[in-house]
Design a protein around this ligand. Structure first.
Ligand code: PMP
Length: 305
């Protein structure tokens, strides 16, 4: 799936040479931190969306887990730009990942080498091609998000996605596209790989960061766009039943972009299709991704950098 070359510890190496040992710490203990970024096809070549914010979050995730990446935010941005340019792709998904490598065995990762990788590949709509217009059917998961002071939710760490995988597998096996997880207290949190927004009476609401969410960069972008357009946006604690009373609902995420939700637990959301506020924000978001005038400074043009 990935391109012929992968950036591995500072060098572009052949795809087949980007390998690790089976006794690496990450294989046993899930000790990785990673990012998911997209580059979009524009008339100035591939434009990487909010690159600096993503790489800052990678460095933050690493710091939480006491992982020394050995690269600054600027150097990591350069690695991404170089890998995207090298790939020759006009649009791609970008996966920077850092992990604990092969050192001594045991839980203690201090002393294990840290490896840093950037891979890119072509990736279409995450929740299906029709989802962007038609919306998806979702369920409330029987799995909660990790409680505060357990697995740090602000870190985008590999191990956290064991929980995310349980949410996703349960949803898919039950015939849904995605699951919405509740916080340990039973309040709305997020999907397995997306933040969640509700709209009622034109007010846009999303869970605050205290609800064990990953602070999404798409979430931040959509909140900014919505406020610019005059909407009231509230980060607030929301009970489960707010899902069943929402006029509109949507997910945000780098992979999912802005995906409408048309039903939850078999309750129809609004008219059962993408609502007008969702459509407006989705359109504005898609425009922002390819706005080469770059009014918010959100784009990095990989072939010009
Ligand atoms: N929550 C989780 C658990 C995620 O994995 C993601 C995807 N990175 C998001 C939210 C959305 O974050 P972003 O908009 O930065 O991609």
């Amino acid at each position: 799936m990935s391109t012929p070359r992968i950036w591995f510890n500072g060098e572009l190496v052949a795809h087949d040479d980007a390998t690790i040992h089976v006794l690496s710490h990450v294989v046993h203990y899930g000790s990785s931190v990673f990012e998911g970024i997209r580059a979009y096809d524009t008339d100035r070549g591939p434009a990487v969306f909010r690159l600096r914010e993503h790489m800052r979050r990678l460095v933050d995730s690493a710091k939480i887990h006491r992982m020394d990446l050995g690269y600054s935010v600027d150097e990591l941005c350069e690695a991404v730009v170089g890998t995207v340019a090298d790939s020759g792709l006009d649009a791609c998904y970008i996966r920077p990942v850092a992990f604990r490598g092969h050192g001594k065995m045991g839980v203690n990762p201090l002393g294990a080498p840290v490896e840093v990788v950037v891979a890119v590949w072509e990736w279409g709509q995450y929740l299906g091609d029709e989802a962007v217009e038609q919306g998806v059917d979702v369920q409330v998961s029987s799995w909660n998000r990790p409680a505060p002071n357990t697995l740090p939710a602000m870190a985008k760490a590999g191990g956290n996605y064991l929980g995310g995988s349980l949410i996703k597998m349960e949803a898919v096996l039950n015939g849904y596209s995605e699951g919405i997880a509740l916080s340990v207290d039973g309040y709305l949190s997020e999907g397995s790989g997306e933040n969640l927004f509700l709209v009622r009476d034109n007010v846009i609401m999303t869970a605050p960061s205290t609800m064990s969410i990953l602070p999404g960069i798409t979430r931040d972008s959509v909140m900014q766009i919505a406020r610019e357009r005059g909407y009231t946006v509230e980060e607030k604690i929301l009970p489960r039943e707010a899902l069943y009373l929402a006029d509109e609902m949507f997910f945000t995420g780098t992979a999912a972009e802005v995906t409408p939700i048309r039903s939850v637990d078999h309750y129809q959301v609004g008219e059962g299709r993408r609502g007008p506020v969702t459509e407006e924000l989705q359109t504005a978001y898609f425009e922002a991704l390819r706005d080469t005038a770059n009014p918010r400074g959100w784009l990095t043009f990989a072939r010009e950098a």
